[in-house]
Design a protein around this ligand. Structure first.
Ligand code: F6R
Length: 607
C-alpha cells in the first residue's frame, strides 16, 4: 500500500528512483511522483495514474539531481489526483509516505494557525510543514526529524530530503516496512528488498520505531528513543531476473504456471526427502496440550486458513477458530491460556493481521507466522516462522502464495495429527506422498489452460456468477469467487453447496453461471445432487470434477472439465488452479488490467 524509494548517489538518480517505483507499482498505482535536489532546490514531477504517466512526464521534463525520493500511491486521504500525489514538499523539505498519520487533523489545524498554506488534502503534507517549521526555528534536518517523529501518531514509512543538504536522506519506519540498501558510494531506501533488487542485495530492514540518516558512504540508525543502534546487513537472494515476466503476458499467468515448482520447493523445505520425516522449525509448545488454535489472515490468506480448519479438525481432531483479521482484532474474544495463533500472509505486512498478532500476544498466545516475505514485520513478531517459498509474487491477485500457504498448513496439520496420536506415521507418509504428487497434477491442469480460455469467453458475458463447493473445497469456491471479482470485476459469490437451498437458489436463472467444484470425496454425490437442482432451474453449470464424476453427471452440464483424480486431502491445492485460470482468462476476455486491478493494492498496510 504505497511504495517508496530513495536514492543518494554520485550520478543522476531520477531514472533509478523511477525503476524502483516500477518494481513497487504492485503496492499502489493511483498516482506517482519523484522529487530530487538540484543544487539547493527541491524539484518535483508528479502524475495521476500509473507510473507510465510519470515516466512520460519525465521524458518531457527530465529531473536533474543526484539525490531523490519517489512514491507510488494507493490513495487513503484525498482523491488520487496530481495535487495529492507525493512527494509533498515545501521549499525546505520533500516527503514521501506510506501509511496514515492519524492525528493529521489536529496537526494541520495547528500548522495552519501558524500560517502554513496547505495545497493538498493529504495527511502527509502535515509532515512536510512540521519539519519546515522546526527547521525554520533553527533545528538541523536531523533534530527536526527527531522532534517531528515524536509528534506523529499512526503508521508510516517515510523518506525525506532537505534543500541545502545534498548528502542526506532520512528514512523512518513505524508500522510500515522500510529497507536500506547499500551500494558502492551510493545508498538506497525502499519499501521492500524487491524495489532495490537490481541495485543491491545488501539490505538492512529498519525495526519498528527506527529512523536513519543516510549519506553516500554511511548510515546511522536511531531507535525510537533516538539512541544510535546497529542493525544487521543481510544478503538477499532476490535477483532482477526473478521479478521479470519471463515472456508471459502477465505476472499473474507466470505465477499460476510457477505453482508446480514452488509447491515442490516449499514441500522439500518441510519434508526430508531421504527419510520422509517432517522438518519443521522447533515449536515452542506441544500440540497435545492444545484444546483449540486460532488461524487468522485476510482475503485469500484467510481462505487458506479455512482449508486448514478442515485439515486440523478432520485429521488432527484439534478445534480451529478461523477469522478474518479485521474482525478478529476488534472482537476481543477470549483466547485459551498458553494457546497458539497461526497467521497467514503473503506480504507479512497486512495491517489488520499485524494488529491481530498484537492482540494475541497480549493474550499470551504463541504465534506461528506463515509468510512469503522473510524480512517482513510478521516474520519478526512471530515466535516461529514457517516460510512459503513462492518467490516474489507481483500480480496483485494472489496465486502461488495461496497454494504454498496450503502446503505449509497441510504439513503443520499432519505434524499436529501425528503428535496428538490421531494418525500413525505411516498414514502421515501416505498423505505426504499424495502432496508430493500435486506438482505433476498441477502441471497436467495448466496444460489444459486453452480449454479454460475458451470457456472464459462466455463467462466474460456474465454480470454475476455463483461458485459452489463442499468441505475442503468450500474455501476454494470462496477463493475462486474472490479471484473472479478482483480481476474481471464480475460480481461473484461462493456458497457451501449445502447452503444453496437456504436462500441463494432464488438467484438461479438461465443467465446465472454456477461454477461447481466436485472432487472425488465423501460428499461427491451430495454435490452432484446440487448440480441437478441448479440445472433444473435453468442455471448454467460449469463443473470441475474427477473424470468419473464428470461422466456420471446426467443430464450434462453446460460445461465440464475433468481434473486428475487426486486424494481428497490434497484436492484444494489442485482445484485452486483452474479457479485462478478461469478468473485470469475471463479478465483477459474483458480486457481489464489483470496485474493491477482497479482500487486494489498488493500489500494492505492500512486498515
Ligand atoms: C486476493 C489477495 C488478497 C490478499 C490479502 C492478504 O487475491 O491477494 O485478498 O490475500 O490482502 O494479504 P497478505 O497475504 O499479504 O496478508
Amino acid at each position: 500500500m504505497c511504495g517508496i524509494v530513495g536514492v543518494i548517489a554520485n550520478r543522476p538518480v531520477a531514472s533509478l528512483v523511477l525503476e524502483g517505483l516500477k518494481r513497487l507499482e504492485y503496492r499502489g498505482y493511483d498516482s506517482a511522483g519523484i522529487a530530487t535536489l538540484s543544487g539547493a532546490n527541491i524539484e518535483r514531477r508528479r502524475a495521476q495514474g500509473k507510473i507510465s504517466n510519470l515516466d512520460a512526464r519525465l521524458q518531457q521534463e527530465p529531473l536533474p539531481g543526484n539525490i531523490g525520493i519517489g512514491h507510488t500511491r494507493w490513495a487513503t486521504h484525498g482523491k488520487p489526483n496530481e495535487t495529492n500525489a507525493h512527494p509533498h514538499a515545501t521549499k525546505r523539505v520533500a516527503v514521501v509516505h506510506n501509511g496514515i498519520i492519524e492525528n493529521y487533523k489536529e496537526l494541520r489545524a495547528e500548522l495552519e494557525g501558524k500560517g502554513c498554506m496547505f495545497l493538498s488534502d493529504t495527511d502527509t503534507e502535515t509532515i512536510a510543514h512540521l519539519l519546515t517549521l522546526y527547521i525554520e526555528e533553527g533545528l538541523s534536518p536531523r533534530d527536526a526529524t527527531a522532534k517531528a517523529l515524536k509528534r506523529l501518531e499512526g503508521a508510516f514509512a517515510l523518506a525525506l530530503l532537505f534543500s541545502g543538504d545534498e548528502n542526506l536522506l532520512i528514512g523512518a519506519r513505524r508500522g510500515s516496512p522500510l529497507a536500506i540498501g547499500y551500494g558502492d558510494g551510493e545508498m538506497y531506501l525502499g519499501s521492500d528488498a524487491l524495489a532495490l533488487a537490481p541495485l543491491t542485495n545488501r539490505i538492512t530492514y529498519l525495526e519498528e520505531g527506527d529512523w536513519a540518516e543516510i549519506k553516500r558512504d554511511s548510515v546511522t540508525v536511531h531507535d525510537a528513543s533516538d539512541a544510535v543502534v546497529k542493525r544487521p546487513i543481510q544478503q538477499t537472494s532476490l535477483s532482477g531476473a526473478m521479478i521479470g515476466k519471463a515472456g508471459y503476458r502477465h505476472f499473474m499467468l507466470k505465477e499460476i504456471f510457477e505453482q508446480a515448482g514452488v509447491i515442490g520447493d516449499t514441500l522439500n523445505s518441510l519434508v526430508d526427502p531421504a527419510t520422509g520425516e517432517l522438518q519443521l522449525p522447533e515449536l515452542p509448545f506441544n500440540w497435545k496440550d492444545l484444546s483449540r488454535i486460532t488461524l487468522i489472515g485476510c482475503g485469500t490468506a484467510h481462505y487458506a486458513g479455512v482449508v486448514a480448519k478442515y485439515w486440523f479438525e478432520q485429521i488432527a481432531k484439534l478445534s480451529v477458530e478461523t477469522d478474518i483479521a479485521s474482525e478478529f482484532r476488534y472482537r476481543e474474544g477470549p483466547m485459551p491460556k498458553g494457546g497458539v495463533m497461526i497467521v497467514v500472509s503473503q506480504s507479512g505486512e497486512t495491517a489488520d493481521t499485524l494488529a491481530a498478532i498484537h492482540y494475541a500476544k497480549s493474550q499470551g498466545q504463541k504465534i506461528i507466522a506463515i509468510v512469503n516475505v522473510l524480512g517482513s514485520s510478521m516474520a519478526r513478531l512471530a515466535d516461529v516462522v514457517v516460510p512459503t517459498l513462492a518467490g516474489p509474487e507481483i500480480g496483485v491477485a494472489s496465486t502461488k502464495a495461496f497454494t504454498t500457504q496450503l502446503v505449509v498448513l497441510a504439513i503443520l496439520a499432519l505434524d499436529c495429527a501425528v503428535k496428538r496420536g490421531m494418525i500413525t506415521k505411516d498414514e502421515m507418509a501416505t498423505h505426504v506422498k499424495t502432496l508430493r504428487e500435486v506438482p505433476s497434477d498441477i502441471n497436467a491442469v495448466v496444460q489444459q489452460h486453452e480449454q479454460i480460455r475458451e470457456l472464459s469467453q462466455s463467462l466474460a458475458e456474465a454480470r454475476d456468477c455463483i461458485y459452489l463447493g463442499r468441505g475442503l473445497n468450500y474455501p476454494i469456491a470462496l477463493e475462486g469467487a474472490l479471484k473472479l471479482k478482483e480481476i474481471s470485476y464480475i460480481h461473484a459469490e461462493a456458497y457451501a453447496a449445502g447452503e444453496l437451498k437456504h436462500g441463494p437458489i432464488a438467484l438461479i436463472d438461465e443467465d446465472m453461471p454456477v461454477v461447481v467444484l466436485a472432487p472425488r470425496d465423501a460428499l461427491f454425490e451430495k454435490t452432484a445432487s446440487n448440480i441437478q437442482e441448479v440445472m433444473a432451474r435453468g442455471g448454467k453449470v460449469i463443473v470441475f470434477a474427477h473424470p468419473e464424476g464428470v461422466k456420471s453427471i446426467n443430464p450434462k452440464p453446460f460445461w465440464s472439465m475433468a481434473l486428475p483424480d487426486v486424494d481428497s486431502f490434497v484436492s484444494p491445492l489442485l482445484y485452486a488452479v483452474p479457479m485462478q485460470l478461469l478468473a485470469y482468462y475471463t479478465a483477459m476476455a474483458k480486457g481489464t488490467d489483470i496485474d493491477q486491478p482497479r482500487n486494489l493494492a498488493k500489500s494492505v498496510t492500512v486498515e
